[in-house]
Design a protein around this ligand. Structure first.
Ligand SMILES: NC(=O)c1ccc[n+]([C@@H]2O[C@H](COP(=O)([O-])OP(=O)(O)OC[C@H]3O[C@@H](n4cnc5c(N)ncnc54)[C@H](OP(=O)(O)O)[C@@H]3O)[C@@H](O)[C@H]2O)c1
Length: 337
């Protein structure tokens, strides 16, 4: 397993991190506890040591399962990345980075994760009704108390990160990034490079589209988000699947690898990046090592771009996932109500 240093985290991080949104069940058509725990164990047995979760994933369920899976000897050496700042109390998912919400979520996450320190604590979505300066100061206070090790931001623009960084040291960012979702190349990725931030790229497999297993006939169960994901609707789905097939034959011919390994390798070769690979069944992490120990050259990067430009006719990003902005009001004293 290749590793990368995140300043402030005592152990080096694996360049593939396990994403546990699906393990929480919510928006993925449910999950099963023993499979979820076996998946986490299988990922760690294959050399992963970074695990990404969030309170909102299954409304505490994903964090609880991570806590359970790591209890009994696996916590040491593991890097837990979780998030803060989404509120589901009203029945809707709302952004809420008020100081009181940050504090209560921190204590809940520590309890569910069965740990006394969170390695990477990330604001999940920017909440413009909370003053970023206050949010940054709250997180710095958690760090001084020893309850978190480093601070991360997810889904923030460079301008928003700039405002936040005036009052806190930022170590990592977590934007969407994969072969089919490259919006961050315009501004977020250059910003990360300039400021030495490690990127935890989410949706490494584009919600399975880059796994090589999805066909036009696939049906999703229950509340699975792919029922409404614009990429999974025709005629777009056909374009993305055609791209996946062509990328697969390119990867096999050139490197003897699958499209899944190509998708992860491509991410790792784009910068100081950790690929967050979402999985909920142990067999899904079996091909993990196929992405390790090789590199894409400039020529391959160009051929990949060529395949993408010839197949993806009506590009769309992951914007459908964004929770609505908060309706709380920012008062002049920086508090929100
Ligand atoms: N910060 C944010 O706002 C944000 C947003 C999204 C995600 N994330 C993080 O990023 C992580 C990864 O993103 P993601 O979970 O959305 O999606 P992803 O990694 O792009 O795709 C995960 C899905 O791909 C399928 N898959 C995985 N391995 C496979 C294999 N070997 N063969 C076939 N299919 C396979 C599985 O779908 P099935 O189980 O249905 O087969 C799995 O649930 C999340 O878990 C979360 O930690 C963060």
């Amino acid at each position: 397993m290749e590793t990368i240093k995140i300043p402030g985290v005592p152990v080096n991080a694996s360049r593939i991190g396990l994403g546990t949104w699906a393990i929480g069940g919510w928006m993925w058509g449910g999950t099963e506890e023993s499979e979820a725990i076996s998946t986490i164990h299988a990922a760690f047995d294959k050399g992963i040591n970074l695990i990404d979760t969030a309170p909102v994933y299954g409304f505490g369920r994903s964090e609880e399962l991570v806590g359970k899976a790591l209890a009994g000897g696996r916590r040491e050496g593991a890097i837990i990345a979780t998030k803060v700042g989404l509120d589901w109390g009203s029945g809707k998912i709302l952004r809420n980075s008020s100081p009181a919400r940050l504090r209560s979520e921190l204590e809940d996450s520590l309890r569910r994760l069965k740990t006394d320190v969170i390695d990477i604590y990330q604001v999940h979505w920017p909440d413009e009704t909370a003053a970023f300066e206050e949010t940054a100061k709250s997180l710095e206070a958690f760090r001084r108390e020893g309850k978190i090790r480093v601070i991360g931001l997810s889904n923030f623009s460079p301008e928003q990160m700039g405002r936040f960084r005036k009052s806190a040291t930022l170590a990592t960012i977590q934007p969407p990034y994969n072969l089919f979702e490259r919006e961050i190349e315009k501004d977020v990725l250059p910003y990360a490079e300039k400021h030495g931030l490690v990127v935890l790229a989410y949706g490494a497999l584009c919600r399975g589209l880059l796994s090589g297993k999805i066909t036009a006939k696939i049906e999703f169960k229950g509340d699975d988000l792919r029922k409404v994901d614009p990429k999974f609707q025709q005629p777009r789905l056909g374009h993305y699947l055609e791209a996946a097939v062509l990328l697969d034959s390119f990867a096999r011919k050139r490197y003897g690898k699958s499209v899944l390994a190509l998708a992860v390798r491509w991410l790792l070769d784009r910068g100081k990046i950790i690929a967050l690979w979402g999985a909920r069944r142990p067999e899904q992490v079996a091909p993990l090592n196929e992405a390790m120990g090789w590199k894409l050259d400039a020529d391959a990067m160009r051929e990949i771009d060529q395949i993408l430009s010839e197949t993806i006719k009506d590009e769309v990003g992951p914007e459908f996932m964004a929770p609505p902005p908060s309706t709380r009001v920012l008062q002049t004293n920086g508090e929100s109500s």
